[in-house]
Design a protein around this ligand. Sequence first.
Ligand SMILES: O=C(O)C[C@H]1C=CC(=O)O1
Length: 93
Amino acid sequence: MLYHVRMDVRLPADLDPGAREEIVAREKEYSRRLQRAGKWPQLWRIAGEYANFSILDVADHDELHAVLSGLPLFPYMDIQVTPLAAHPSKVTG
Ligand SMILES: O=C(O)C[C@H]1C=CC(=O)O1
């Protein structure tokens, strides 16, 4: 199943710079692992914001929740999820 996901990152302004660097590095590795596994096929920065639009390709709502709640930055994110269905007018092939 495909999901459109918006993630807004809201790291505390007073977060220790070393802790910030460490959690962002873990987030990058986690997301790259999912991208290589084909579960995170699209990742776009929203210009001018510490936020992204992503397309996630996972089995179901439960896997989506597991993936999202496993994000190292999850405690510092606002997340909006939109499930995607096939559009009848889409040209395929
Ligand atoms: O920077 C972000 O948008 C948050 C998050 C999503 C992927 C990643 O590496 O970090």
